[in-house]
Design a protein. Structure first.
Length: 156
């Protein structure tokens, strides 16, 4: 009884309560954000994937399998020059490139050894970017012949 009445136990109790409340808050905010983006649907405490969420899950699962496959020796290059008026799209494109593992070759030019389905889906969803973004597959060029050369590039 004396332990429960001490300041140390009260402090520990409040610390644990704050930690759990913070976890509930972050969970709720994450679920709300995913629901706003149309990735999940919430009904009470139940959360289910929408069609868009299922597409994203399929892309992510296919990317994990693609990394295990042998490299075919061809590079995927993304080049873009997006106007300032479309800044949110530029930021989203860059987030996708970094998340997919692309490396920056030079300003607004990114390179990766494997295809990126998430990038292809993003460009299909945002057709107004088509005139500003080029996504090409090319043969190796002199200073980029191996995956080791690609890994030497900095991740930005």
């Amino acid at each position: 009884m004396s332990f429960l009445m001490s300041a140390r136990s009260t402090r520990a109790f409040h610390g644990e309560a704050r930690k759990r409340a913070r976890a509930r808050y972050h969970y709720r905010r994450s679920a709300e954000g995913l629901e706003r983006r149309g990735v999940v649907r919430r009904r009470g405490d139940a959360i289910s994937l929408t069609e868009q969420g299922k597409e994203i899950a399929r892309i992510l699962s296919s990317q994990s399998g693609a990394r295990d496959s042998a490299w075919n020796g061809r590079w995927r290059i993304v080049m873009y020059d997006i106007p300032v008026s479309l800044n949110p799209f530029r930021f989203e494109l860059r987030r996708i490139l970094v998340g997919a593992g692309f490396r920056k070759l030079q300003h607004s030019v990114w390179i990766h050894p494997r295809p990126c389905e998430e990038l292809e889906a993003f460009l299909q969803r945002n057709m107004k970017l088509a005139r500003y973004v080029r996504y090409v597959e090319i043969s190796p060029f002199p200073h980029m012949r191996t995956l080791a050369d690609w890994k030497k590039l900095g991740v930005t």
